[in-house]
Design a protein. Structure first.
Length: 137
């Protein structure tokens, strides 16, 4: 099984790739005035722009998901709980942090997945409008 850090890096790398490739589609869809099927060209632009939005959502800075040292000190430094109880609570807190991190990673991966679907649709639209433009000449 791949560790969480590797999966997070993979999602962020894919989101970065998505942003760059969607930017290329945006540039290509605005490089010329489409006369034959302008609406399809606009659709390509909109789809690629939405893909960039998805990449931005996946790359957004997130909340700090982790145990905070001062919080642990505040909870347990003067505690009357036994060491076993404190240890069990820390383990439960850590498990919650890991679960929160996995949920955040899953949400980011979903944004990337949706972005790639939009990018694919934008690419097909751009190819279609280009083909219609060339055939129309």
């Amino acid at each position: 099984m791949v560790d969480s850090g590797t999966r997070a890096a993979s999602v962020l790398n894919k989101a970065s790739f998505l942003a760059v490739t969607a930017g290329v589609i945006v540039a290509a869809s605005t490089a010329q005035l489409w006369t034959t099927a302008g609406v399809i060209g606009v659709c390509a632009l909109v789809l690629a722009s939405l893909a960039i939005f998805c990449a931005a959502a996946a790359l957004r800075p997130g909340k700090r998901l982790g145990l905070q040292a001062q919080r642990l000190v505040d909870l347990y430094v003067d505690s009357t709980k036994s060491a076993a109880v404190v240890e069990a609570e820390i383990v439960r807190n850590k498990a919650q942090v890991v679960a929160n991190h996995e949920n955040d990673l899953r949400n980011r991966a979903t944004w990337v997945w949706v972005g790639f679907i939009l990018l694919g649709a934008g690419t097909i639209s751009l190819s279609l409008v280009y083909a219609l433009e060339v055939i129309g000449q």
